[in-house]
Write a protein of this length. Structure first.
Length: 182
């Protein structure tokens, strides 16, 4: 992944910390450059489920960047994180633009909520935290209960995963997908 820049899109609060930090480390270890993007520059409060965890510094505001600046997008989960992002037009547009430009996207747990709002899951095979199944099916996705799903049926490659227990497979798969530039 040398030379590849990967955007990690999170809300100012609510991202599941391990779903942010583990993929971040995987991208760095593979030689990529992760960059934290949020709805505003500044502190991002991560969570361990419902308990506040560490804070991180958002490098860029989502309304000041474009998909063209990145080689891939990671959408961490957490219940509140994607729920906040899907109400922010700039975050929804940024997410959709990765699909429009054929850049790979990886999403875990509750993160597909942002993709539902961006209307990019129709016809795609995906997985997620089980409570999102109905939302994804109603948005036109084909939902399956698997550790990690890679869907290339569409304008880009989409990697999805269910939960923190699946992080090893999720991280390995997203690194391979992003390194291949699919």
């Amino acid at each position: 992944m040398a030379g590849k820049r990967i955007a990690f899109l999170v809300a100012p609060e609510g991202a599941e910390q391990v779903e942010l930090t583990e993929p971040w480390k995987a991208v760095e270890q593979a030689g990529g450059t992760p960059e934290l993007v949020s709805t505003e520059v500044g502190k991002v409060q991560a969570f361990n489920h419902l308990t506040p965890a560490d804070t991180f510094e958002a490098d860029k505001a989502v309304d000041s960047v474009t998909a063209a600046e990145y080689d891939g997008l990671v959408l961490p989960g957490g219940v509140a994180n994607p729920d906040i992002l899907r109400t922010q037009a700039a975050a929804v547009h940024f997410t959709r633009s990765f699909f429009d430009t054929g850049r790979p996207v990886a999403a875990i747990c509750h993160a597909p909520w942002t993709m539902i709002e961006a209307d990019v899951v129709r016809g795609r095979m995906v997985t997620s935290w089980p409570s999102l199944r109905t939302d994804l099916v109603n948005a036109g996705a084909n939902w399956v209960d698997e550790e990690v799903v890679v869907c290339s049926r569409g304008p880009n490659t989409l990697v999805t995963s269910r939960k923190p227990d699946d992080l090893a497979a999720f991280c390995n798969t997203l690194v391979g997908t992003f390194a291949a530039g699919r």
